[in-house]
Design a protein around this ligand. Structure first.
Ligand code: NAD
Length: 274
C-alpha cells in the first residue's frame, strides 16, 4: 500500500538504533526524506549509510528520486542540539511535515534516591524537549495544511512501573500537554499529534534492563528474556520494524482522523479491556 507521504520531510530523533531507527526506516521505505539524530557520530553515520541503501531500493522500485537522508549528531535535549537540527545543511530548516520525538529514557530506581536534579533531567529530556520541538514546527505545519507529530513515550504512561518513577512522571506531563494541544485547533488545519506507547520491544534499551534484572535475580539473560516474553500474550517482544510500520501509517493522510491518542503497542500485555 502506498501511504502517500513520498517527498515529505521527517525529523526522527534518537534514530541511530532501536525504535527511532525503526520509524526512520519505515518512513524512508515510503519515500520520505529524513533527518535522523542521535548523540554519537559513528553509529549515526552507520545508520545513515544503511538508510541510504533503503532509499536507493525505494527509488529503483518506484522510478522516483531517492529520498534524502541527513544525519545530525547532537544531544536533542539541549537548545544547541535542536539548533543544529534546524540549521543542518541539506535539511528543511523548521519546515518538517513529520516529527517523531524520542530520546533515551530516564534511569530506573527508587524515587527516594532521586534528587531534584534527576527530576529536572528527566522532565527536560522526556517532556520539555518534545514540547520545544513541537513549538518550533507546529505552526508551520498548520500554515502548510499538513503535519504529523508522534511522541515515543512508554506503556508506563498507561500502566506505571514503580522503578520507572522518573519516566512515569515526566512522560505523563508530556501526555497531558499533548492531549490539550491536539484539541487546540491545529487538527482542523491538517496537523495531528499522537503518542506511541511501546511495551517491550527488542532494543538495546530493553536488553540493558534485562541484563540488570538477570543480575539482580541471579539468573541468566536467556532465562530472564524467556520468562518476560512468556508474560506477554504474543509470547515475544516487539520489533522496531513493527513499531515503525505504525509510525509510518500514522504519518500518512490515511490516519488524518486519529488525533490526540495514546496508542499502546505491547502484544496484549496491558490487561484492561480499553
Ligand atoms: P535505544 O537505546 O535502543 O535507542 C535510543 C536511541 O536514542 C539511540 O539512537 C540513542 O543514540 C538515541 N538517544 C538517546 N538519548 C539521546 C539524546 N539525548 N539525544 C539524541 N539522541 C539520543 O532505545 P529504544 O528502546 O529505542 O527506546 C526509545 C525510547 O522508548 C526511550 O525513551 C525508551 O525509554 C522508550 N521505551 C522503550 C521501550 C522498549 O521496550 N524498547 C519500552 C518503553 C519505552
Amino acid at each position: 500500500m502506498d501511504l502517500g507521504i513520498a517527498g515529505r520531510w521527517a525529523l526522527v530523533c534518537g534514530a541511530s538504533k532501536g525504535l527511532g531507527r525503526g520509524c526512520a526506516e519505515a518512513l524512508v521505505s515510503e519515500g520520505v526524506n529524513v533527518l535522523i539524530n542521535a548523540r554519537t557520530e559513528a553509529p549515526l553515520q552507520q545508520t545513515a549509510t544503511e538508510l541510504r541503501a533503503v532509499s536507493a531500493d525505494w527509488s529503483s522500485a518506484t522510478g522516483q528520486n531517492e529520498p534524502e537522508i541527513v544525519a545530525v549528531a547532537c544531544d536533542i535535549t539541549t537548545p544547541e542540539g535542536r539548533e543544529a537540527v534546524w540549521n543542518a545543511p541539506g535539511g528543511p530548516g523548521r519546515g518538517f511535515d513529520i516529527v517523531v520525538t524520542n530520546a533515551g529514557g530516564p534511569p530506573t530506581g527508587n524515587f527516594r534516591g532521586f534528587t531534584p536534579e534527576d527530576w529536572q533531567r528527566a522532565v527536560g529530556a522526556n517532556m520539555l524537549t518534545p514540547i520545544e520541538l513541537i513549538k518550533a514546527v507546529v505552526d508551520g505545519m498548520a500554515e502548510r495544511g499538513y503535519g504529523r507529530v508522534l511522541n515515543i513515550t512508554s506503556s508506563a504512561v498507561k500502566a506505571p512501573i514503580d522503578i520507572l518513577a522518573l519516566s512515569n512522571g515526566a512522560r505523563s506531563g508530556l501526555t497531558g500537554f499533548v492531549a490539550g494541544l491536539a484539541r487546540s485547533g491545529i487538527a482542523a488545519r491538517g496537523v495531528t499529534v499522537n503518542n506511541l506507547l511501546p511495551g517491550k520491544f527488542d532494543t538495546d534499551r530493553l536488553n540493558a534492563t534485562l541484563v540488570a534484572a538477570a543480575q539482580k535475580a541471579g539468573k541468566s539473560l536467556e532465562e530472564i528474556r524467556a520468562s518476560q516474553a512468556a508474560q506477554i500474550p504474543a509470547r515475544r517482544f516487539g520489533t522496531p520494524a513493527e513499531f515503525g510500520a505504525l509510525c509510518a501509517f500514522l504519518c500518512s493522510p490515511l490516519a488524518g482522523y486519529i488525533n490526540g491518542q495514546n496508542l499502546l503497542l505491547d502484544g496484549g500485555l496491558y490487561p484492561g479491556t480499553f
